[in-house]
Design a protein around this ligand. Structure first.
Ligand SMILES: *[C@@H]1O[C@H](CO)[C@@H](O)[C@H](O)[C@H]1NC(C)=O
Ligand SMILES: *[C@@H]1O[C@H](CO)[C@@H](O)[C@H](O)[C@H]1NC(C)=O
Ligand SMILES: *[C@@H]1O[C@H](CO)[C@@H](O)[C@H](O)[C@H]1NC(C)=O
Length: 327
């Protein structure tokens, strides 16, 4: 963490370091923990130099790290509700995808009726997996131009947006249990530091999935575009912030670093925080800076910390709601 510590210029010494780290593993269905050092290293060698090479006991806490499975409202109204994905469905049938389908069908000498968006997406994923994991260009890649890849990227972003992102409030609200957990750990460290006690958990590692991390980032308001991603605004969203391939790539990780600064001018400046997403400092929304006092950050998210209650947020509405506009 040394290079990042240097970025926190006001602090001549950082005696306290707390990390909450989320590894989002793209492969769906993988269990939500990694028990051994070697497994961690398979995930991302850059993350595991010193601190994580310790052999640690892993506790599985799905209620915290798979909050999306435990949130009845999310499950019923988004996850299991086809109508909630209407923008995704519409894009699959729209003109941009149609063009890709026609090109792919022609390259494969197939009638276009034998292809659909899902099949083309599988071909594209096969291409991208081999490129990402093995750095080899799969023959499947030859079916796609860069423009086709952008259309398929948008299709994936649409799905992430409506299922895990800003599409429906419940997507991100369901993660407030994890958000609050992170701040409880930070609060605890600040309290212990203030009373000159040893920090009981100087490093906390929480491992989940992209499905864990994306809602949390949306809850905090990161990568939010002015306009929603929709089936009919592909061109308008060319320069969108919401690009899931960059936000939650393989081995995506979010690190909260809490600093204790010895020579702070005010007591608020004594505790400072940085957030790193995929090893890069995140710009805080309340200040446009990459370092914030802990007090300012806490204050900015006060409403979520005080008023977002998992149980209530996730309760199914009593009336029979299946219509999307009720979400
Ligand atoms: C991936 O392959 C390309 C060419 O085949 C090579 O130039 C590049 O260095 C490789 N990248 C990595 C990360 O191995
Ligand atoms: C951060 O920068 C953006 C773009 O320059 C600006 O629109 C926004 O108001 C700034 N936010 C704060 C809190 O200064
Ligand atoms: C609620 O919806 C379910 C499934 O669509 C239906 O079977 C049930 O009759 C509905 N209940 C009421 C009170 O409308």
């Amino acid at each position: 963490m040394a290079p990042h510590r240097a970025a926190a210029a006001p602090c001549s010494s950082a005696a306290l370091l707390l990390l909450s780290l989320l590894l989002a593993v793209a492969s769906a269905g993988l269990s939500s923990y990694f028990g051994t050092k070697s497994r961690y290293e398979e995930v991302n060698p850059y993350l595991v130099q010193d601190p994580l090479s310790l052999e640690v006991e892993v506790q599985v806490n799905d209620a915290l790290m798979r909050f999306f499975d435990y949130c009845a409202k999310f499950v019923a109204l988004v996850e299991e509700n086809d109508a909630a994905m209407c923008q995704v469905t519409a894009f699959k049938e729209g003109p941009e995808m149609r063009k890709v389908l026609e090109k792919v069908a022609s390259a494969l000498c197939l009638p276009v009726e034998e292809l659909n968006a899902d099949l083309v997406q599988v071909a594209f994923l096969t291409c991208s997996y081999e490129l990402a994991i093995k750095n080899v260009t799969s023959p499947w890649c030859s079916l796609f131009s860069e423009e086709d890849a952008k259309v398929l990227e948008y299709l994936n972003d649409l799905k992430q947006y409506w299922k895990r992102g800003y599409g429906y409030d419940i997507n991100s609200r369901s993660s407030c249990i994890l958000f609050q957990d992170i701040f409880e750990h930070l609060d605890e460290a600040v309290e212990e530091s203030k009373s000159s006690k040893p920090i009981s958990s100087p490093l906390i590692v929480q491992v989940g999935h992209a499905e864990t991390l994306q809602p949390l980032l949306a809850l905090m308001g990161f990568f939010k575009d002015d306009e929603p991603l929709k089936a009919n605004n592909y061109i308008k969203q060319t320069h969108r912030k919401f690009r899931s391939g960059r936000i939650v790539p393989y081995a995506a990780n979010l690190v909260f670093v809490l600093y204790h600064c010895d020579h702070a001018k005010t007591s608020d400046e004594e505790y400072q925080v940085q957030m790193l997403l995929n090893e890069q400092p995140l710009v805080f929304l309340h200040s446009n800076e990459t370092v914030s006092t802990y007090a300012d950050l806490r204050d900015y998210y006060k409403d979520i910390l005080e008023n977002c209650h998992f149980k209530e947020e996730c309760e199914l509405p009593k009336i029979n709601v299946t219509a999307v506009d009720e979400l």
